[in-house]
Design a binder for this molecule. Sequence first.
Ligand SMILES: C[S@@+](CC[C@H](N)C(=O)[O-])C[C@H]1O[C@@H](n2cnc3c(N)ncnc32)[C@H](O)[C@@H]1O
Length: 374
Amino acid sequence: MNEITKELHRIVDENGPVTFKKFMELALYHPKYGYYTKGRFPGGISGDFVTSPHTNELFGALMARQLIQMKEILGTKKFTIIEMGAGAGYMALDILNFLRKMGKSEEFNYVIIEPFDNNVLLQKHILRDFIELVEWRSDTAGISDMEGCFLSNELLDAFPVHLIEKDKGVWKEVFLVPGEKGFDEVLMQPSSVDVEDYCKKWLNDLPDGYRTEINLEIKAWIFDLSRVIKRGFVITVDYGHTRNEYFHPSRNRGTLLSYFRQQVSEDIYSDPGNRDITAHVNFSDVDYWGKEALFDTVGYSSQCFFLAGQDVEKVIEILEGKKRDPFSPRNAALKSLLLPQGMGESHKVLIQSKGVETDVQLNGFKFTNKKSRL
Ligand SMILES: C[S@@+](CC[C@H](N)C(=O)[O-])C[C@H]1O[C@@H](n2cnc3c(N)ncnc32)[C@H](O)[C@@H]1O
């Protein structure tokens, strides 16, 4: 039997049914057998899933353009970038590379928050030409009064979520017990008052049998960032929806998915620890809890518009050192990042600010800003 399955069966024997959230937490982050902790970073072209930084250096370079503008807005001498969930480290590499090409790398500090040693090793290798510019920390605990930008790509979709279902007019939570294929689901009373309160506040009108997820880790995360940041921005890039889209009556089985060797599946229980499990991000929650934590929302848009606002032609010219070549392999990468069919539309960018003028105009929202829909 799979090690994560064994561990969960042992926990159930001792303490009774476990929440789906606990299952997801162990499957992804068990210190020894977790999907993200046990070996090589599982994403990338030859891995289970491909993220934007793995497609091409353009993603990081365009992000760097946005960071340069943010630095100008803050007017600080040194600007701190904190990246959490950096994976293999390619976004950091491409940002630092672009900043160096612009002669600006010394004006920035780059901090990577990485709790897992396997990832630190890989990131140090990928970032070997920038080692003196990067600091690694296992969490945000020792950081405060930060001026700069907190950045993440596909971090929030990897936070463990509560799985809930409406049963005879009452919201219940999915718990697991040992079963024939590893686990059977049982519906029980929600595991915390916070889950109950969330259901009461946002999910009253949904019909019986409706199933969805709640990502309460986002709330703790954004409150922690409010403690960390004195003046600056939070850029969150991920696949997700506004609340109305997320809890649309037709999305009645939620958004949980599993990834293995570039194949996406709704079978989230098989082979835990060896497959990715993700839930889409509810960006309205990030906006709402962000405001409770004293952030303003600067903008929200699809990734394609956000990146297009960063002066793509100019960035390619800087990267290639010449005018844009129509046959450049970067053009293929551009398509997957910028065209609405791919990550350009599925992925959204939310930017929040703290201690910054509320009417700040960021390049990323030059073409569109849908924050009023959140
Ligand atoms: C889907 S991967 C994305 C990696 C990378 N950002 C990319 O775009 O390729 C999610 C990453 O978030 C990391 N992660 C999840 N929770 C974290 C936390 N609390 N602190 C730091 N990293 C975390 C996981 O270990 C994993 O490396």
